[in-house]
Structure formats: C-alpha cells, structure tokens
Design a protein around this ligand. Structure first.
Ligand SMILES: [Zn+2]
Length: 293
C-alpha cells in the first residue's frame, strides 16, 4: 500500500477514535487539519510533516490572520544568510508580504517605532534584527500562536489533549536580544527531548523549526521551547489539574490561561463524551495511539 493511502487510513482511524478538536475540545462537526506551526512559516512545500492536528472548522479558520502575520514575521526575522540567498525563501517572504499588505496592512512593521537590535549574533555593522516589542499586530499573533503551539506540542508529546482544567503559559523572545542568552542556555540544559521539524523526500531546508521539550508524567507538567529559524523563540509550560502552583510571584495562577481556549470554545457543540472534569463538562481523555497522523 502506498504511503499516502496508509496515511489516509491512519487519519481516518484517529479521527474516529478522537472526535474532539485539539484546541477547543468540542466535538468536530467537520474535521479539518490545522498546521501548527502554520504553513506561512515556511516556503511552499517545506512545512514539516507530522505537525497537523485535528481541529474544528472554527478553530482552524479562526486564526487565519494570526497564522499569516506570525508566519511573515518568523520568515522576516530568520537571519540566516544561507537562506537569504535562496530564491524559494525570498519568493515566499515577498508573497507573504504582499498578502499582509492586501489583507492586514496594519500588521506591517512600523518603521516609525521599530528599533534595531545589534547584538549577540556578531554583527557590528548592520542590525541583527528589528525588535518586535512594540508591534501590536505581532504581539497578538504571537499570543494566539503560543496558545496553538502549546496545545499542539502537548498533544504531540504526551498523546493527550489538554483539558479545560489544565493551565498554561506561553511567552516569546528574540534570541538576538541582549540578556536572553541565559534563558536559551537554560532551555538547552533543561529539556531532554529535541525534535526537528522536517519533511522527508525534499532537499533539506536547515533549521526552520524545531523544539526542545520535557514532560513529567506524574505531575502532568510539560515545558517546551520552540525556535523558528534564527529569529524567534516561543516557550511555554503546562500544569495539570492537580499540579500545585504557587499562590504569588511570577508563577501565580492568575497569570496562567486555561486549556481548550480555541475560537471554537464558544461554539455550541458538546465536548466529546470521554472522561469528565471538575466542572462536570465532558472532555477529551488520554489518547492511546501515537499522533503519527
Ligand atoms: Zn476547536
């Protein structure tokens, strides 16, 4: 049997066993496959395999704007000279830029407020990157992308879908920014598992996306740091329903979000009837099969 037929059968089986959306937990009326990271983070045809997650239509479509904006900035900030000379990289970047100009012109970099980062990556002559702290469109897109990525990587690594009783946090930084080296080194020393997103059967594309992660099964505690090219790192952590959290300080529960926050969460379809949570809602339970979709 061909690989694509096998893939199709695996997907059908997975969908039948797991009728809920990875991002909102509701029963999917129609199954769509959400690419996380979005395809906009890669040149055409280079999105890594194995990063598609079963989503309801509302969750998949609900973040189109953020997918495009985040993809554009993640490509723009990939300061790897070997890629900058590649035609497919440049074409993709120009394409994305055209899409942003046409659809979301407010999301273009604001040159009046942008400031350059000259630092750790070794350039003394030209900016290593544009600082993104002041760009509201990017800030919103990265927030949504952090939510999606946290749900997606938790599912990929633990075979479980987050529940409405899980709490998570996600943040981002630019590795060119002064003072972030310690954080990057900390992640590298802390996490046991490294995954590089690639796509077999096509020529390699370098370090476009990969992540480090670790999961403590007993405490249901998950952490990851994901890198997009050389310009952006998103990192996050997830605490299970019974994980003890400090009452105050930087890890205070008030600063965390609740799982299953995708746009479809406001839809009226019920969550899948597997297991249950403290609020009496039905939620998705443990996934017994590997998400090799
Ligand atoms: Zn959903």
């Amino acid at each position: 049997m061909s690989d694509s037929k096998l893939k199709k059968i695996r997907r059908q089986k997975f969908c039948a066993e797991h009728p809920c959306c990875y991002f909102c937990g509701r029963v999917r009326l129609e199954t769509t496959w959400d690419h996380v990271p979005p395809k906009a983070c890669f040149p055409q045809g280079y999105a890594p395999e194995g990063f598609e997650f079963p989503a309801c239509k509302e969750c998949n479509k609900g973040a189109d704007r953020e997918d495009q904006i985040f993809g554009f900035y993640s490509m723009l900030l990939d300061f790897d000279e070997s890629k900058m000379s590649r035609q497919d990289h440049i074409e993709r970047l120009l394409d994305l830029r055209k899409g942003i100009i046409n659809n979301y012109p407010d999301a273009l970099p604001d040159l009046a407020t942008a400031h350059a980062l000259f630092h750790e990556v070794g350039s003394i002559l030209s900016p290593a990157a544009i600082a993104l702290d002041t760009n509201p469109a990017f800030k919103k897109a990265s927030k949504i992308m952090g939510q999606k990525l946290t749900h997606a990587l938790y599912l990929r690594e633990t075979r479980r879908i987050l529940t409405a009783d899980h709490r998570f946090r996600c943040m981002w930084y630019q590795p060119q920014q002064a003072g972030t080296e310690a954080l990057t080194a900390y992640f590298s020393s802390l996490f046991p598992n490294k995954t590089v997103g690639n796509r077999p059967n096509i020529k390699p594309y370098g370090d476009r996306f990969g992540y480090l992660s670790g999961f403590k099964e007993e405490e249901d505690f998950f952490m990851y740091a994901a890198q997009f090219g050389h310009g952006l790192i998103l990192w996050g952590s997830v605490c299970g329903p019974s994980t003890e959290m400090p009452e105050a300080g930087p890890l205070a529960p008030a600063l965390w979000s609740t799982g299953l926050c995708g746009p479809g969460a406001s839809a009226t379809t019920p969550r899948t009837p597997i297991g249950g949570n403290a609020h009496g809602e039905k939620i998705c339970g443990r996934l017994p099969t590997a998400p090799s979709l």
